[in-house]
Ligand binder design. Structure first.
Ligand code: MRU
Length: 353
């Protein structure tokens, strides 16, 4: 997508270094960071310099490819590759795309001689990133049919192009609908505690010139009750095919309940690479619990332009910081993937053969 008129992806490989847009600085500064090693790329995923299911997946694929490039030829080669894989897989537990990527890179190099393995790892990581962008584009093509001219679309967190390699999942249908000449207004909730809606979704929509409002997290239900929302589109970090449930940023479940109560269609947009075909139910999805300081502190620019982190709770108060919740399939109208629009009961059909 365009940033000040120039096309960007969120993450890419330059030689043996990973480059990415540093999402912790947005919307205040646009900066590309360079990560020369597997360890640094893994740390960037942990620190959420890159976040969002597909973007995490692509970064993880590149990070493991870096691990393969760095592994010493000889007896230490495979142990080093295994170590790199464990490091990357230990960064963020919920996003299915992360494991999809490491599994794919590991399978691509299995049994090869080190030199071949290095070449293959880079190729596979690149293919994963390219596939993510292509799948998200198709999600936009399928999903735009759900958006009528003049629609008011609500979204939660950031499932735009910053959360993927390009195009995004929940916002891809919006971008596509706007390109088709439809007028669309987006309501993006702030998404406490990290504020991905306020800082990232609004920035993306601004770059594309799409009309939008940020709303406080707790305003969505009332807006729905007033019939000011026509459709809700969200992303997913992991979808359970067995019961059609979806893990997404904390607060998604509440929005789905409100949408159901008000008869508003609620769609989850995600590439099929986010679907977990192995889990028996959504209750088995591993949910990341992050540091409580994300709840206690907010950060941003003050009136003088200086970056500041300020505490909003009393010192000594404890906080819980569950990063995701699981929305049951009964609250989900449908899933939009690169293959089309599916009912929650139909996801097992998408299982790769
Ligand atoms: O913790 P994050 O920012 O990596 O969470 C991921 C998300 O941005 C959301 O849950 C998003 O809606 C789905 S990922 C495309």
């Amino acid at each position: 997508m365009l940033v000040q008129g120039k096309p960007y992806r969120t993450v890419w490989l330059q030689g043996s270094s990973v480059q990415m847009i540093d999402q912790t600085l947005l919307p205040h500064a646009f900066q590309i960071i360079t990560l020369p090693s597997c360890r640094e790329t893994a740390q960037a995923i942990t620190d959420m310099r890159i976040r969002g299911a597909g973007a995490i997946g692509a970064a993880a694929g590149y990070a493991l490819a870096q691990g393969v490039l760095e592994a010493p030829a000889g007896a230490g080669f495979w142990p080093a590759v295994q170590q790199a894989r464990a490091l990357v897989e230990g960064t963020r537990p919920t996003a299915r795309n992360l494991f999809y990527a490491t599994e794919r890179v590991a399978a691509a190099v299995q049994g090869l001689a080190p030199e071949q393995a290095r070449e293959q790892a880079v190729q596979e990581a690149q293919a994963i990133a390219d596939e993510d962008a292509a799948f998200c584009k198709r999600i936009g093509e399928h999903g735009s049919s759900l958006i009528r001219d003049g629609a008011r679309v609500a979204t939660h967190c950031n499932a735009g192009w910053l959360a993927f390699v390009d195009f995004g999942s929940a916002l891809s249908p919006v971008y596509q609908a706007v390109r088709q000449g439809k007028r669309v207004h987006v309501y993006a909730d702030e998404t406490r505690p990290r504020g991905q809606g306020a800082s990232l979704t609004s920035w993306e929509l601004q770059q594309e010139g799409i009309p939008h409002h940020i709303i406080p997290d707790n305003a969505m239900g009332f807006l729905m009750q007033r019939k000011e929302v026509d459709l809700m589109l969200v992303g997913a970090d992991r979808i359970c095919a067995a019961d059609g449930s979806a893990a997404n940023k904390i607060g998604t479940y509440e929005k789905a309940v409100c949408a159901k109560d008000n008869g508003i269609p609620f769609y989850v947009a995600a590439p099929s690479t986010t679907i977990d075909f192995s889990l028996p139910s959504g209750a088995a999805i591993p949910i990341e619990e992050r540091h409580e300081d994300e709840v206690h502190f907010v950060w941003g620019r003050d009136d003088q332009g200086a970056f500041r982190r300020v505490r909003i709770s009393p010192a000594g108060t404890r906080a819980r910081n569950l990063a995701f919740d699981v929305t049951p399939g009964r609250l989900i109208t449908g899933f939009i993937t690169e293959r089309g629009i599916h009912k929650p009961d139909d996801l097992m059909q998408l299982r790769p053969r």
